[in-house]
Design a protein around this ligand. Sequence first.
Ligand code: MGD
Ligand code: MGD
Ligand code: SF4
Ligand code: MO
Length: 736
Amino acid sequence: MHSTATPPVTATHCPYCALQCGMDLAAGPGGGVEVRERAGFPVNRGALCGKGRTAPAVLSSRVRLTEPLVRDRATGRLAAATWEEALDRIAGELSRTRAAHGADACGVFGGGGLTNEKAYALGKFARVVLGTSQIDYNGRFCMSSAAAAGQRAFGLDRGLPFPLEDIPRTGCVILVGSNLAETMPPALRYLTELRENGGTLIVVDPRRTRTAEHADLHLAPRPGTDLALALGLLHLIVAEGRTDEEFIAERTSGWEEARAAAMAHWPEHVERITGVPVPQLRDAARLFCDAKASMVLTARGPEQQSKGTDTVGAWINLCLATGRAGRPLSGYGCLTGQGNGQGGREHGQKADQLPGYRKLTDPAARAHVAKVWGVDPESLPGPGRSAYELLDALGGDVKSLLLMGSNPVVSAPRAGHVEERLRSLDFLAVADVVLSETAELADVVLPVTQWAEETGTVTNLEGRVLLRRRAVSAPAGVRSDLEVLHGLAARLGHAKGFPAEPEEVFEELRRASAGGPADYSGISYARLAENEGEGLFWPCGSEGGLGGEGEPRGAGDLGGEGGLGGEGGPGCEGDFAHAAPHPGTRRLFLDRFATEDGRARFVPVVHRAAAEEPDAEYPVLLTTGRVLAQYQSGAQTRRVDELNSAAPGPFVELHPRLAARLRIAEGEPVAVVSRRGRAVAPARVTSSIRSDTVFMPFHWPGEGRANSLTHPALDPVSRMPEFKVCAVRLEPLRPS
Ligand SMILES: Nc1nc2c(c(=O)[nH]1)N[C@H]1C(S)=C(S)[C@@H](COP(=O)(O)OP(=O)(O)OC[C@H]3O[C@@H](n4cnc5c(=O)[nH]c(N)nc54)[C@H](O)[C@@H]3O)O[C@H]1N2
Ligand SMILES: Nc1nc2c(c(=O)[nH]1)N[C@H]1C(S)=C(S)[C@@H](COP(=O)(O)OP(=O)(O)OC[C@H]3O[C@@H](n4cnc5c(=O)[nH]c(N)nc54)[C@H](O)[C@@H]3O)O[C@H]1N2
Ligand code: SF4
Ligand SMILES: [Mo]
């Protein structure tokens, strides 16, 4: 390892999930890097999971890409090349594609792990340098349904509209489809403290997970039926007269239609759909309403469905009908997943979006951002395809792809088909820190720096913007994603506008976001360094705009001076006459929602079936998710010995009754077959799962790849694929 720590101890953040735990990095013995506890950071108070603790192992040049690779036309193999050769090749191929087939034949695919600066630069690169509309990113597979539902109901999407510290102080939490004991372990503390304070925890998950074990009440619905469940609860609440009519009248619109839609979902009917007994539904409704304040938190379980947006909408309706939103210690929140899952969805790598969470179809937004970019608004392309649709179009009208920060060969739905589409491209370039399964297919692979080797900002699941500092130097031969975009832009005729220095990019991002829903204009590296122990919550506007580019704060999409009605503070909301810096907005919606009239919108939703329900041929439901010791496609964590020992490979979790019926024994290999493909993994027999459902984690490639099976049906609003439910058949494979 040639990493050296400079300075000796650096306060920074974890590379992995959206909690963005604080950690200290110090020089370890033998030139290595050591993770130390950073007790002062409030989100995790020093606690780290095994992934964060072992993250320095992925800095090692033993597992890293340290030189560019270019596919040799004669041998078909990837071979070491210079940076000049690699960048020239990419620029040349993209130019050729554009000349032959038009700008939209060039695609770009990004990631929610990329810093704000990278996400911003990637979106600008696509629209300004390539002129393509064909850009989207893996966040589409993550929290897009919750984002769409939040926009629809509240006029704004910030995953959590309140800080995590509010959770222990509310009265009741319904946690829907989140296994945070494994996916955000240090956050489990907020739920245990809730219970210590006398509050109740209700967990909704088809499996009795490590998280569900902490619950006062565990509801285990059939996968894909959360929409019916939420509507059934609302039906009961209305029937028992427990709605908050004053709140509904003062702060919402659309109740009558939503109420009528919910009333069609009788508890007995909901029991038949979900498998959750009526008495449990009644208990849940009562606990939620009895508490003085309560919250609903969702994660991927209910969201990764072809009706994810409506499902989250139904849970939001429940909060609104009971006055559990826009009030202290109450509300709906989404537990966003990736390291920069929040910021990554705000600054323009999404198909329909411009920086600052602006809409690409909004003429004022186009004019504002075009001015910051120094281009004609007319030159900006319109919205492109969503992630799966883009991957599905590869080799069709999209001929070349630049991919940064994702590994879709493992993580995309119907992955066998996606792999085939990637192979059919004229040209594929991948920037990664390791040779991922997707990078293996590329014509050019660029070795890039990662978290501890570069400075950048990330926005955690609370909307807390953080400075993630460089702590070590990168291995020789590696460049940053920003340097890559700088080099490519220069070769494609844009010598200016793509600085490689993160702070310079952030300064431009501030101006581009000014006045938008996700306003970062009041945030700077200097302020983030000053607020290192806390970060700054967006929206955080500037007083008087920046360099004449920004509109006055609040004049944009949020409608006026009242801003978002966050809780006040010195010089806060509505008080921009004097020069005190904006303190950021820790809590949203307390005075008004971010809609035009300030009211939250009920959406009338009704239950519908999953895209693929079990039948005689494929009689079992498959759901997918995560385990504690592996992260996502596993590209990083499968390279860490300690994590591999804890979670060495894929498995199929199934109930003893199902196992007995199919004569499958613990540990025996079993083939799981769907209409998309087949996967093989050892059986793990456990009574913690419903007997009509099997579960597979999706972290592994090859034979045990769960996504060989999954269904690419998309939610009509968010374009989220149905990762959490499809129909499969199980075939025991007795070892010969
Ligand atoms: N260890 C680890 N931690 C991670 C990650 C990782 O890969 N590994 N990834 C990060 C990212 S990007 C994300 S998005 C988060 C995800 O965090 P989570 O959402 O907690 O993760 P999942 O395991 O995908 O899904 C959560 C639960 O949903 C349940 N579920 C399945 N189907 C349904 C359903 O139909 N309804 C309901 N209600 N529940 C269902 C599953 O049984 C599972 O326990 O984790 C982040 N943290
Ligand atoms: N069946 C099933 N499939 C799923 C899910 C599920 O629950 N079930 N969950 C979905 C969800 S929520 C998500 S978020 C996706 C995630 O799936 P992916 O998009 O595949 O996510 P990662 O494995 O994190 O891939 C990130 C890649 O970027 C690389 N990388 C890390 N840091 C950097 C960097 O700074 N720059 C560059 N250029 N590269 C970097 C990593 O090495 C890795 O190869 O998977 C989705 N797929
Ligand atoms: S919980 Fe998330 S942010 Fe915290 S150490 Fe683990 S992976 Fe890193
Ligand atoms: Mo995610």
